[in-house]
Design a protein around this ligand. Sequence first.
Ligand SMILES: Cc1ncc(COP(=O)(O)O)c(C=O)c1O
Length: 343
Amino acid sequence: MGTPQSNLDPFSAPFGSLFGDSMTMAVWADGAYSYPGHAVDLQPIPMHPGAHALHYASTCFEGLKAHRQADGTLAIFRLDDHVNRMLQSITKLRMSPPDAELLRTMIIDAVEANASFTPDPPGSLYIRPTFIGTLENIGAAAAPSDSGLLYVINSPVGDYFAGGIRPLNIYIETEIPRTTPQFGMIKSGANYAMALGPTLDAKRDHVADQVLFATGGDITETGASNFFLVDGDRLITRNLDSSFLHGVTRASVLTMAAELGYQVEERAVPLDELKAWAEHGEAFLSGTAAVVAPVGTIMVAGETLQLGDGQPGDNTLKLRQALVDVQLGVSADPYGWRTTVTG
Ligand SMILES: Cc1ncc(COP(=O)(O)O)c(C=O)c1O
């Protein structure tokens, strides 16, 4: 489909703009999912113009990665956690999810079919499972779709933030929420659509890389990552509730930081504490795409605060390295986070 992309460079192309040439696809109809059992060519998806997803946003997705390992094999990072979050998203959208085993198989089949597109580290093969409600009914605003299409596509990727590891400028938005409490845990396009306006405005008005949503001072997440404070002793991040996405990277960082001896705190972080923290501590973003991305400056209530010397801090880099080492098969995998696939 389109231009052959195997010889395009994922490090110079925008993140997510290149695709592997295969995909997997299953149809949900009459209460059952049917999957042919193998990948097919990447292709346009059949869709009626009155499809529910196009009108009433009955759609969600996941984002995970397969990494080329130190020993040359290929492994997907925290596959089962992403499968479970996708099933949760579909369920919260009031539709019937597939069995975890089916989605798991579809992801592995897609990755194996596209394995040759995987760039070497620090690149990876990004995996995008997607669900769309296909009910043909433009009057079904108050009813869920009872049919759908589940598919998995892949994108060879380099760095999410142009310029690799560099300190990010974060604007703190205290008025406009990113999403609503009933949608916070759903990885739904609707959430990203809501965050787009305030994010573009902040980029234009404050030259921000990302917006950290902190409605009424309650720091939650950015448009595509979770947020952490760290210093030599402590690691702090917002406690989980339904208001934001429960990042798999967030969970990984918490586990590894505890192992490395940090005192881990999951709790609310008041803006005043954040301001005080900037004087001595570090901050970073975590996410599948962002990995662990250092924050250099924070713009809050008209003030610009520099964290430390504005450069990536030692603790941030140490946690990033610990995460990358387990993703790439450089360190041991005590929690079974890697799923090795053929390719
Ligand atoms: C809104 C939002 N929050 C947090 C995250 C981080 O989640 P994860 O670490 O599972 O990628 C993401 C990225 O997927 C996201 O889009």
